[in-house]
Ligand binder design. Structure first.
Ligand code: IVH
Length: 667
């Protein structure tokens, strides 16, 4: 009887996994919805009654339910590279000419560039063991619990191979539309585009949410083709398809020569709008894997592929009004209020008009029909007014003279285009600085976005930065606020508490020192290591830093010598905020410290002795033979038997690029 149960479970898994494969990978329907549901329910019941026979690759796992408490880091043995972008045919011709020069005439595979996020999938003996995001290319995050909810990603392959494949996870256009309809009804902010929506879904700790998002996948890259005796990328695609992955067969095309590439682009541009998923370009890859190897890569990109990006899309809409906002520095920005219009997967209602000169140069009038444009990630912009569509009722643009929030007279500095509200007590400026402090690239406090911060400011709970860290004292009041439940208040308080552990660069950027963006903040944090060193530096010391000119140096010096600012930093320190740099460098350091390395093959960028010395200077150990105690084997050109042994023992293998990245980050 028990055996029969096990057999039936195995049989149901087989039927349902096969049906999922047919439906989600091959787009064939083999079972009716009712049949599928009937089998699935039978399986769920048996698994509940006989948990000892439940299998990890059961299709019941697709529904989600697994909740994790944080994302584990995953190291990519082969870095996940991105592709260099090209924007026109002449740049593709340059690419083709270079390939011909360095490699001779060759075939390419043209593919759609799917607008989603890349994923690396790892299988052992044909079973999915883990899935990871790209992260910075070297270290990504484990997202297995969410990937398991994607029905086109097999739990079990058709062959029991050990393999890594890479591809794109995306959100179908329809899913985003429906999701946004629901969000609009619930007064929730709309998801901006398919890419952000997919990335947001994959970054959920609770896989139920990812399951609801109905994500899909295309697999397009095999990092270790030689392990399977594969000679071309096209073969690799076929091989992955044969294992059970969803490859984009109708779109992946073998071509030769520039004319065929051009034809492919033309066809793809025509089909683009009618595809059920968003594509933002075309990928062109050299087909022969020997040629790919010969062409090699730069530190960032393979030299055997390019991504052609479609030109920005434009749509027409009406400019209903121009309204003014006040930034944290007091800068006044005119903004176009538009008739909502769908552009590249997101609804556009507003677009920045930057400043008075910009509006005047474009001769925009309120009531004009305007064309707006968006290229990929770029924020939408107003291209021009369609003057031939004017009817005579359009109104001229008039720059304001007083702050729209506090009413004080605006000032325009000599030779500059922007107007400023100079009132440092202007509430708009204060709210904006608080929003900036909590923003994603600054302290990254989830739950303290624009509207909530405005409410908290207006109700007097948060008037200045340190008040954020006292919000837990107002828990009761917060729970009573509209839209805030017990749980979300707890989450907010936890997010605030966790932000105290942020590395220095986030705080530095969040303070909003004039001219200090997130990149400069990181540079300064890396250099000075802690806030005291930064505060005690002289003007000359700031100015000697690469990328810091006299104005920024003066801004820094002034900021850290202002009594109010010194007091603010002191207060934040007493509240327990980290004042030290603990970012990237620490992460790369950990990749070397205490780990045992073996080097094999010829390195092109330095000798093995030099590299050993560097590794040892960061607390790593090097040895000449591979054993099970070895942590990492670094492989150069023409590696010896150590490479084979490392593979046999399943030891982490780095190529030159990986070690180069680690030591340059530490340098
Ligand atoms: S190939 C080494 N093929 O575009 C080869 N990428 O900037 C790596 N993408 O990070 C990628 N569709 O997320 C490849 N058919 C396709 C793709 C594709 C979308 C994404 C991928 C990658 C980015 C390249």
């Amino acid at each position: 009887m028990e055996n029969q149960v096990k057999e039936r479970i195995d049989e149901l898994i087989e039927i349902l996994n096969r049906a999922n494969y047919e439906y989600y990978v091959l787009a064939n329907t083999t079972l009716t919805d009712q049949e599928f549901d009937k089998y699935l329910r039978e399986l769920e019941n048996l698994e509940a009654e006989y948990p000892e026979y439940a299998r990890a690759d059961s299709p019941t796992k697709h529904v989600g339910g697994e909740v994790i408490d944080k994302f584990k880091k995953v190291h990519h043995a082969i870095p996940m590279l991105s592709l260099p972008d090209v924007f026109n045919i002449s740049e593709i011709e340059d690419f083709h000419a270079r390939i011909e020069r360095e490699n001779g005439n060759c075939e390419y595979v043209c593919e759609y560039k799917i607008d989603g996020l890349s994923v690396s999938l790892h299988y052992e003996k044909g079973k999915l063991v883990y899935a990871a995001t790209r992260g910075d290319g070297v270290v990504g995050e484990d997202i297995t619990h969410n990937v398991k909810t994607i029905k086109s990603i097999p739990f079990t392959l058709f062959e029991p191979v050990d393999i890594e494949v890479r591809g794109e996870i995306y959100m179908p256009k329809k899913v985003l539309e429906e999701l946004n309809k629901k969000r609009a009804l619930n007064n929730e902010p709309l998801l901006q585009n398919v890419r952000n929506a997919a990335a947001g879904s994959i970054r959920q700790l609770d896989s139920k949410i990812a399951a609801e998002r109905k994500l899909n996948s295309f697999i397009y890259h095999l990092p270790n083709p030689e392990d399977y005796g594969i000679k071309t990328h096209h073969e690799a695609l076929k091989f992955m398809k044969k294992l059970g992955f969803r490859t984009n067969d109708s779109a992946n095309v073998l071509v030769s020569g520039i004319d065929e590439i051009e034809n492919y682009i033309e066809e793809a541009s025509k089909k683009r709008d009618s595809l059920p998923y968003e594509i933002d370009g075309i990928v062109i890859k050299v087909n022969s894997l020997d040629s790919q190897k010969k062409l090699g890569m730069t530190s960032k990109y393979p030299r055997w592929a390019v991504a052609y990006k479609f030109p920005a899309q434009e749509v027409l809409t009406r400019l209903n009004d121009i309204v003014f906002t006040v930034g944290r520095t007091g800068r006044i920005t005119p903004n176009a209020v538009l008739d909502p219009v769908l552009l590249m997967g997101s609804t556009v209602k507003r677009a920045t008009l930057h400043n008075e000169d910009y509006v005047l140069a474009k001769d925009l009038k309120i009531g004009d029909i305007v064309s707006i444009r968006k290229a990929g990630d770029v924020i939408p912009e107003v291209v021009e007014a369609k003057k031939d569509r004017r009817v005579g009722t359009e109104k001229d643009f008039q720059m304001i003279t007083n702050c729209p929030i506090c009413g004080s007279l605006l000032e325009k500095k000599k030779d500059q285009v922007d107007y400023y509200c100079m009132n440092i007590h202007c509430s708009a400026r204060k709210v904006e600085s608080l929003i900036h402090f909590c923003s994603r690239k600054a302290m990254n406090i989830d739950g303290l976005g624009d509207e909530i911060m405005e409410d908290l400011y207006n109700m007097g709970f948060v008037k200045k930065i340190p008040d954020i860290y006292h919000l837990s004292d107002h828990k009761k009041d917060l729970i009573e606020l509209e839209g805030y439940g017990n749980k979300s208040v707890d989450n907010l308080i936890e997010a605030i508490h966790n932000s105290k552990q942020n590395s220095l660069e986030r705080l530095l950027f969040g303070l909003g020192i004039s001219g200090i963006g997130d990149k400069t903040a990181l540079l300064l944090a890396k250099l000075f290591k802690n806030i005291n060193n930064m505060m005690n530096a002289t003007y000359e010391e700031y100015q000697n830093i690469r990328d810091i000119g006299p104005t920024l140096a003066q801004n820094l010096f002034d900021y850290f010598h202002d009594e109010q600012n010194i007091l603010l930093i002191e207060t934040l320190k007493n509240l327990g905020l980290t004042m030290n740099y603990l970012g990237e460098e620490e992460k790369y350091h950990a990749l070397l410290t205490g780990r045992k390395f073996v080097l094999t093959g010829t390195l092109s960028f330095m000798d093995r002795e030099q590299l050993s010395a560097i590794i040892e200077s960061y607390g790593g150990k090097t040895s000449s033979s591979v054993s099970k105690n070895t942590d990492v084997v670094i492989v150069g050109e023409k590696p010896g038997t150590k490479f084979e042994k490392a593979k046999e023992l399943g030891i982490e293998i780095w190529n030159e690029e990986q070690i180069k990245k680690v030591i340059t980050e530490l340098d």
